[in-house]
Design a protein around this ligand. Sequence first.
Ligand SMILES: [Zn+2]
Length: 422
Amino acid sequence: MNLNISVLCDTCQEQTNCRLGFSNREYQPLRFRCASCGAPIDITMTLNFENVGADIQVKNAKRIYSEEFKPETNFVDLHLDFPVSFGKYIMGITPFIAASMRIDHKDMPIHAIRIEGLNKIFKQREKIKNIFTLYKRNKHELFKEKSLEFLGSKMGCDTELDRNRALYFVIERAFFPFSEPKKKLDTVAFFKHKLIELESVNKEALFLFINKVVENGFLKNTQKDCLEVYPRIIDIELMLRPALFLDFDKQYENCPVPYRVSSHEFLETKDLYKDIAEIISRALVLVAGINNLLKRDSHDVFAAKKRTPSNLDKFTDFSLGEKLNYIDDSWYSLSGDVMDNHLRNSIAHYKVEYNDVTQEIIYYPKREGMKQKCSESMYFLDFSRRILLAFRELHRLNLLTKCLFNFYYLEILGWQGTPYDL
Ligand SMILES: [Zn+2]
């Protein structure tokens, strides 16, 4: 369902025609910038499912009556669930129809299921965030109560091993809409397989490595850092909806074109990208340790190269770019352009400009003194896609911390897991 409305900007009195595409969500905050003066205009739709109507509130603009959408008037398509084009108004080519034309018809129901999952996460956001907080603060009894209530389960939850299990069940249940379409369970199986392989070849060296990262608190801290990110992802789930759609949009993959994101803005989310990159960089210490074990039987021994770190401790202080140089022929593949050093460095050093109206991000990755000439650019939709991919990578590394903890409890300490009833 769609609704056409016209608004007059409070700041410059310029008219914008808007086609509002309805998502299946009770509360729908949409935002765009006035093409004339750049002022933010918010349109909030609150659906009334019983009467199949919607209450529409407009902020920073006034709603006016307009008989038809003329081509010379500013126009915006707005929809929470899809990337929408910046083009002119074409009657009938609604955001939903335009999106449907870009992907395989079998994929639209999958996108819809994920969007419905996000609606559920939003409704349960306080509960989910609370579970993370209780886990991090070691409030064991309350964690047990709230996590089992969320899962609808009676499984054992009285040891570190069982709490670890409950935590990751909560994560899998709550964050399934963000997971990659076909890759979910393989990740854990792959990590387990690698640890078993190492155990059979050099058990002593593996135990030494795991004991080290548990005893010096590194594994726990990495897990805690990862857990900080999940609640922040819930906060921007609206922004990630169009990015999730791109999982299916092969046309976009081959030829990105400007698309609008109808909620949130770049400045609200740039720090999250930087923080995720930082946490991934730290978690790579685990990847490097295992890589060294697989290749050279000791987590501390790196391949001989210029400026090779003398041990894993020294490696920890390297920058992300440097770290990647010293994980030779890695057993763990960091997905494609997840870690865009140019973008990350530019954000970290405030060398980014953002055009609110066109949603174009221009950044200056090179060190070039006072002049800023060499720029790169992307659209906010691409940036939100980077956040999604970086989050998936962080989640994968978090699953590695889970597997290492499990291995420590079960194989090194010799604990027994309790049965579960999920
Ligand atoms: Zn204006």
